[in-house]
Design a protein around this ligand. Structure first.
Ligand SMILES: Nc1ncnc2c1ncn2[C@@H]1O[C@H](COP(=O)(O)OP(=O)(O)O)[C@@H](O)[C@H]1O
Ligand SMILES: C[C@@](O)(CCOP(=O)(O)OP(=O)(O)O)CC(=O)O
Length: 501
């Protein structure tokens, strides 16, 4: 039996929330080591010709079956509700299947698609535990909210609930899922090759096709065109992202359009996709820590209010956005400068990091340096810390002006306590902000001193619950082809659906 397995990472927008909706302003997105996995198996046990079964077994009532028929006016995908009467229709999954099949039938042929479906397909979706809050599960097991406890939970574990009721952590589950599913289907129907995914070339046409179709399906399923930074990082990994002009998708966001419009708009050679991707990696010895926060209040939808405030206060908004943007760009240049230092003066870099780990960032200006190289690294670290503080201050200010909780008081207190821990460079509230999550940039030691100290601080906060996530920066960049046997927990899940090697 042949199987395709594709994974795509989650995201954290550490700089550029709101601003990135405007193509003038880039955002800095870090892709996470936590991923969504999609396996497509052909000819597995009890598979039926021209039928695609999709299962998301971490959820209750989450199976969907589609029948694919060849009509004179194109290939039709019809959901067979009676096969899974308990499952609510899944617009995201349906559109991914339907639009990729339509695209494949146009660029290959309808006959080619039918041949590929002759043994039937089974698709299994599984997301790393980080995408969903594990707070309740840890509590039920009497485990403290630490990474050590999270490591005790089975990987790709059941959530015990439905997709509608699950408590998400904000890593962008729908974008990672759609990217992995669209890419896996494109590989399955031979529209792109899986070897292309192993390459780091952000201009590779196969990656561009996977990107364009994933953005399209995600926007269509959401019923709106966001900035697209989440799908972009699911494809390309961590990067500085400048959005595409939403006009590009308009012709195919309608109910009716001609087949040639679909292929023209989504084609890798369509220059209308004017988004920019500049890959980023964190400097050596630095890592991202993330927390799922329950500060007692749900984050309402903030985007509409911020954009309305911008519209009504053009001058004030422009000067504040330009100030935020200049700091957002400094964050990126600061990463680059430190990475270059580390490459050119490895020893000085390592020695200085070993000293900086001992003090809180606010005391770094007093750290003694033994050489001009070390002083250079120290200045780079201080600049990064100051930049994160300035971004926070300006984002808080924007929250006050627009009257939305971008960095609410509870989060300010949590971040102030966290960034006072020795070895923490800085942090913030990701994306649109709110009550639900924070990110920290910390110096890394062999024994994880900083991370442990941060977790100790989190565990002493009595009036809000702060649970770490296991995610780190994705070192494997974006979407990729996997050997499913190497993904802990996946083999056992697949065997339940008769999928074996
Ligand atoms: N594990 C999954 N299996 C199947 N569908 C999923 C899964 N995760 C997300 N989805 C789809 O994505 C939708 C969630 O979209 P949305 O609320 O925009 O999420 P997010 O905040 O993660 O972007 C779900 O209703 C479902 O259709
Ligand atoms: C406001 C934004 O710029 C960033 C929102 O980032 P989040 O990470 O908060 O997003 P969700 O995954 O949708 O919850 C909107 C956008 O860029 O689309």
């Amino acid at each position: 039996m042949s199987a395709v397995c594709i994974s795509a990472p989650g995201k954290v927008l550490i700089a550029g929330g709101y601003l990135v909706l405007d193509p003038q302003y880039p955002g800095l997105v870090i892709a996470t080591s936590s991923r969504f996995h999609v396996v497509i198996a052909e000819g597995s046990a009890q598979a039926e010709s021209n039928v695609i079964e999709v299962h998301s077994p971490q959820f209750l009532n989450a199976s969907w079956t589609y029948k694919i028929d060849d009509h004179t006016d194109g290939v039709k995908v019809q959901e067979l509700h009676d096969r899974n009467p308990q499952s609510s229709p899944n617009k995201f999954v349906y559109l991914a299947v339907q639009r990729v099949i339509a695209y494949a039938a146009l660029v290959k042929s309808a006959q080619f698609v039918q041949d590929k479906l002759s043994k039937g397909l089974k698709i299994v979706i599984a997301g790393d535990n980080d995408f969903y809050s594990q707070r309740a599960k840890l509590k039920a097991l009497g485990l403290p909210p630490t990474t050590a406890s999270l490591h005790q939970l089975p990987p790709l574990g059941p959530t015990g609930t439905t997709l509608r009721d699950v408590h998400k952590t904000g890593l962008g589950s729908s974008a990672a899922l759609i990217t992995a599913l669209v890419t896996a289907l494109l590989v399955q129907f031979s529209v792109i090759s899986k070897t292309a995914l192993a390459q780091d070339d952000v201009r590779h046409p196969d990656l561009t096709i996977a990107h364009n179709i994933s953005q399209y399906v995600h926007c269509y399923a959401q019923g709106k065109i966001g900035s697209g930074f989440d799908v972009s990082s699911a494809i390309y990994g961590s990067h500085v992202y400048t959005r595409f002009d939403p006009q590009i998708l308009k012709p195919i966001m309608e109910d009716q359009f001609s087949p040639t419009t679909l292929t023209e708009v989504l084609s890798a050679s369509n220059d209308g996709w004017n988004c920019k991707v500049e890959p980023v990696t964190l400097p050596p010895r630095m890592k991202i820590l993330l927390a799922d926060v329950d500060a007692g209040s749900d984050t309402p939808s903030l985007v509409g209010k911020v954009l309305k405030w911008r519209q009504q206060n053009k001058d004030e908004a422009e000067s504040l956005w330009n100030a935020i943007d200049s700091n957002n760009r400094s964050l990126h240049t600061g990463f680059r400068a430190l990475s270059q230092f580390a490459a050119a003066n490895k020893e000085s870099y390592e020695n200085l990091i070993a000293k900086a780990v001992m003090s809180p960032a606010r005391d770094w200006p007093q750290v003694a340096t033994a050489s001009t190289e070390q002083a250079g690294v120290l200045n780079g670290l201080i600049a990064l810390h100051d930049t994160t503080e300035r971004i926070r201050k300006n984002m808080r200010h924007m929250g006050e002006l627009a009257d939305v909780p971008i960095e609410p008081l509870q989060q300010t207190r949590l971040l102030d306590l966290s960034t006072a821990v020795p070895g923490v460079v800085g942090g913030g509230v990701p994306g649109a902000g709110g009550f639900d999550a924070i990110w920290l940039l910390v110096l890394e030691t062999a024994d994880g001193t900083v991370e442990k100290a941060v977790q100790t601080v989190w565990s002493t906060i009595y009036d809000m619950s702060v649970t770490p996530l296991l995610a780190r920066e994705s070192l494997e960049r974006g979407v990729r082809s996997e050997d499913w046997q190497r993904i802990p927990g996946l083999g056992e899940i697949l065997s339940r659906f008769g999928i074996r090697s």
